[in-house]
Design a protein around this ligand. Sequence first.
Ligand code: BV8
Length: 254
Amino acid sequence: MGTLSIPIPKDLKRTLSSAKCVVVITGAGISAESGVPTFRGEDGLWKNYRAEELATPWAFKKDPALVWQWYDWRRGIIGKAKPNPGHFTIAKMEKFYPEFTLITQNVDGLHRKAGSENVIEIHGNLWRVRCVEEGKTFYLNDVPLKEIPPRCSCGALVRPDVVWFGESLDPQLISKAHAALTSCDLLFVIGTSGVVQPVASFPSLAKQSGAQIIEINLDTTPISALADITLRGKSGEILPALFENMSLEAPKKC
Ligand code: BV8
């Protein structure tokens, strides 16, 4: 294994190279080394607001300008962010494993920027907006936004096309995720505090279906108890080290 500063379980190499159907779940931690603030870390606050207070339909109804100021601030940071080695390794894993699905809670779009293709953006994407009247979605990449709150050509407000607290996730994305989770033999859970439902329950779904679970996180989370292998450290360091010796050029077929 590569120059990891943490002990690598001896049978990990075999687990990594023998897996056939792999799922990766990521949270804000995978983007932390790209300079994108996480939600619940010490840098997770913005002007003393928590995500749970701003990422809600009620907050938007009450003060769309404030919610959009938060998103404009995040888009400003994310717009300058580059994928890190953790993102790039996950994109390589997609080419290596016969079956591969990435489920991300992140709305920053960095996985696709790193080359990942089969990505379930289960909480949406903050570069896409939705007209509150017509429901149509389109990409709005202005940084900073020309007007706050931004409006659709029909004159109505647009909102970020993301899933807010208290909103249901897209049932089609949920069933796609469930199909992958219940048929995988290896699940990576990377950079998530494992508190936001329903994604926080996804690892137990995979576990019940017989998958091995590898958690990569700086800290212990509620998911750690489910994990067969926990690797404590930065995903941007651990992921490339885990796969650096594997010939990722030759994609395996089932
Ligand atoms: C739903 C998009 C059905 C927006 C996000 C009361 C009322 C209403 C709902 C609820 C309620 N109580 C509970 C709920 C359900 C609620 C929920 O789970 N709340 C939590 C807070 C308890 N969930 C919902 O509302 C969901 N919908 O349930 O629908 C329903 C409908 C109506 C009423 C009831 C139920 C919708 C949830 C989606 C919310 N949207 N984001 C946006 O981003 O702008 S959530 C937000 O949290 C982000 O998507 C984020 O990805 C996600 C999870 O956070 P994490 O990614 O885990 O980030 P976090 O900062 O927490 O952790 C980072 C981790 O990385 C840490 O562990 C850290 O140690 C680690 N780390 C840091 N650096 C590194 C690292 N690891 C490795 N390497 C590093 N370098």
